[in-house]
Write a protein that binds this ligand. Structure first.
Ligand SMILES: [Zn+2]
Length: 448
């Protein structure tokens, strides 16, 4: 099926163009040509600009159901009192609900691709399949980063042996190899959540199946000290010693790297999924983005989970990436709008191995229409700067994924959003975080 979109402006690979129609066919962009004569069936997008859809390079979709539960806790408090106990409450339908809830929010915010770094395996692939089914139904492009986890301190449902995790990951990759909108990639959890054998197993799956692989790296300062103590090297050096640091690797976060590790990531042509809002939310620290770019590291932007952000918008991450580097370097020019936009679109597609994130013939038909008449897009002086620094999510009116229109006039068309929200309220009714057991002496006078 062919579809012709006729907006006021198109952001192509070579900059803005007006008076053009973008034709979609077979899930890809077929052509960008002068509009010419109107044709029956044209999708007229008067007053709107067409942009590439954004790429969310790191998320955990089920965590959207935990939003608001542990917002003011430190990392271990959040993990032990929120993440671990509440992720145990989700059965397969809860996992699918969390995924649909997160995907719908992302689409409304203009994210057309999502990486779900998924780890509620229950020693199988059925839960991951439920997430994949939700992505198909809601209509987002999904990279299912199939987590491989064996740290004994985590809940049992996260854990598998390296051999089982590798076998199941291969099976899931094989099952979806020919899917148009689903890609499966291995994801050994992190140097602290995955043993050396598990990290190697994930890397070997990526090698033999010719995919990328995802791994959390150096999110908190403690991780460097811990990896040094347990494995005799800081995280990036440790991964290099394991032989897995290379062009297939997407390191998530990479906050606490020394100069040599920054250079090493670049020399090995590794990638980074950068999550500025999540890093701020959890108080992790500031990844040295300009240094990593200069070292040659390829970079995409991620929201991370819905309970450590707490928004799911890559446009928002563009803004946050730029602002955070500016305040860190005391330099208003540290990261400009065009670079931030590139990280959230084409560069994110590249690190995942997808033809996503730019508008050109042959590229994936993942597109976003933005209302140029929205107040946040005024004055109409520099559209790209407005998109990155000023745009309200309200201005995102229409979204196509693989040529399918999934948001129309600001509403998801693939599901009943009110019914979805009703199910989210129903599932989470009465959820609250319990106080930790008292370990101190008698209460002070006046304390409740
Ligand atoms: Zn994560």
């Amino acid at each position: 099926m062919t579809l012709r979109l006729v907006p006021d402006l198109v952001l192509t690979e070579h900059g803005w163009r007006s008076g053009c129609a973008v034709t979609l066919a077979g899930g890809r962009i077929a052509s960008i040509e002068p509009t010419g004569r109107a044709e029956p069936g044209d999708v007229l997008l008067a007053g709107r600009a067409l942009l590439p859809g954004t790429v969310n390079a790191h998320c955990h979709t089920f965590q959207s159901l935990l939003r608001g539960l542990g917002d003011d806790l430190d990392f271990t408090g959040w993990r032990d009192r929120v993440l671990y106990p509440f992720s145990q409450r989700l059965d397969r339908s809860g996992i699918a609900l969390g995924a649909a809830f997160a995907f719908a929010e992302m689409l409304r915010h203009g994210a057309t691709t999502c990486v779900d770094f998924f780890y509620l395996q229950d020693e199988g692939n059925e839960n991951a399949e439920a997430v994949i089914e939700a992505a198909r139904a809601v209509g987002i492009r999904l990279v299912l980063a199939r987590t491989m986890y064996d740290w004994a301190g985590a809940p049992k449902r996260y854990r598998e042996s390296p051999a089982d995790a590798a076998r199941r990951t291969r099976e899931l990759i094989a099952a979806h190899r020919r899917d148009d909108t689903i890609v499966v990639q291995p994801a050994p959890h992190s140097p602290h959540g995955a043993s050396p054998a598990m990290i190697r197993a994930g890397f070997e799956v990526a090698e033999s199946e010719d995919t990328r692989f995802h791994i959390h790296v150096a999110e908190g300062r403690y991780e460097g000290e811990r990896t040094l103590r347990e494995h005799g090297a800081t995280p990036i050096r440790y991964l290099d010693q394991l032989g897995v640091l290379g062009p297939r690797m997407i390191g998530v976060h990479c906050v606490w790297l020394d100069d040599e590790e920054v250079a090493l990531m670049g020399a090995r042509r590794a990638s980074l999924a950068y999550c500025p809002s999540s890093n701020m939310f959890l108080g992790d620290g500031i990844t040295r983005l300009p240094e990593l770019r200069r070292a040659g590291v390829r970079i995409g932007l991620g929201t991370d989970g819905g309970c450590t952000n707490n928004r799911l918008s890559v446009f928002e991450e563009m803004r946050m990436a730029a602002l955070l580097q500016r305040v860190r370097l005391l330099d208003g020019g540290a990261l400009d709008a065009a670079t931030a936009f590139e990280l959230g679109t084409r560069s994110g597609g590249e690190i995942l191995g997808l033809d996503a994130g730019s508008i050109a013939p042959g590229r994936l038909a993942d597109l976003v229409a933005v209302d140029l008449g929205d107040a946040s897009m005024h004055p109409q002086l520099d559209t790209l700067k407005s998109v990155v620094f000023a745009m309200s999510d309200r201005a995102v009116t229409d979204v196509w994924v693989h040529g399918r229109r999934v948001v129309e006039a600001g509403r998801i068309v693939t599901l009943d959003e009110q019914a979805l929200l009703g199910r989210v309220r129903e599932l989470t009714r009465g959820w609250r975080v319990l106080e930790p057991p008292a370990v101190t002496g008698p209460r002070l006078a006046g304390e409740p």
